[in-house]
Design a binder for this molecule. Sequence first.
Ligand SMILES: Cc1ncc(COP(=O)(O)O)c(C=O)c1O
Length: 378
Amino acid sequence: MIPLSIPHLAGNEWTYVKECLDTGWVSTAGAYVGKFEDAIANFTGSRYAISCMNGTAGLHTAMNLLGIGTGDYVLAPNLTFVATLNAISYTKAEPLLLDIDPESWQLDLDLLERFLKEDTYLQDGVCILKADDRRIAAIMPVHVLGNMCDMDRLMQLAERHRLPVIEDSTEALGSTYRGRHAGTFGVFGTSSFNGNKIITTGGGGMLFTQDEALATRAKHLTTTAKTDPLDYFHDEVGYNYRLVNVLAAIGLAQMEQLPELINYKKRMDAFYREQLAGVGDIEFQQVTEGVDPNCWLFTFRTGRMRELLTYLNDRGVQSRPFWTPMNQLPMYAGLRYVTENRNANRVHATAISIPSSSGLSEAQLAEVVDTIKAFYQE
Ligand SMILES: Cc1ncc(COP(=O)(O)O)c(C=O)c1O
């Protein structure tokens, strides 16, 4: 089986984890947490990076720190992994879905602009939905597959309508827009180190912010809101969302390899684009101008997606469909959905992800391509 997206653990992981085990520093205290946070902050240019147990916890924390809750809306794309919407739901706010651009698969900014202009108004510096006079508390762009939308335009729109931006940059570690790293544009950004991501800690996440007070609050809230190093005094309802030392040790070792992993993914992406161009009815995701993506998971569109999926999986080329759009999931089917052409649903019906694991050999990549070509020739 040529795997879709498995971890690449080829650096100092063993050495650092062994040190944790040898010294007994496996849990919530230990030096690797700070080292991992510093490595990510340095790499992305984020002023602050706060580790947490997964990307979802990071998104939830961001929303808590912005005071989002009952009665609020949060804008989010219809095509995303369910965790984006779950994090909103945990706060008792309601996701308000927006359609995506059919080429880049990111938020459709023309649609967003029209929606904000026609369907919302500002009251005392707060964005309100005309339909029911409820607050729209934030917007959550998702950098789908490490691509991004036109971030200059998104940030301008958000500012004009007083919408704090929480970037779901969980898939975009190492991606940049005009030289600036994903996750560093909004009030908050997030990374995920889930097993299939460009780097992994098994499970883990990172919250980015450029604001010192928010960074301090984020650390406090994700570590049970304890105020005293000795006494068990907690000044609010906190969360046990911290990343443990043994996982941060893996994360540090992975960070040391990140530039190399990004280079690998870019070569893989270039190879697939070159080899699959013009094959069958294949259409590639279009990279937004100004974006330098991390290319972590190669995904394309074809009208024969379901057939191809079965064909590849039957032949040992592990492939996956794309996320079911949020408005097709039972718990989110009733949400408001701003759309004209139901692009998210169309992309989902045609998109397929193919093996993109770092460390696949040239022969394996060629086998993937040959199997896809054979499918269209049959
Ligand atoms: C778009 C998106 N949002 C959120 C998450 C949640 O991250 P985690 O699995 O680390 O909680 C993921 C990844 O799994 C994701 O791909």
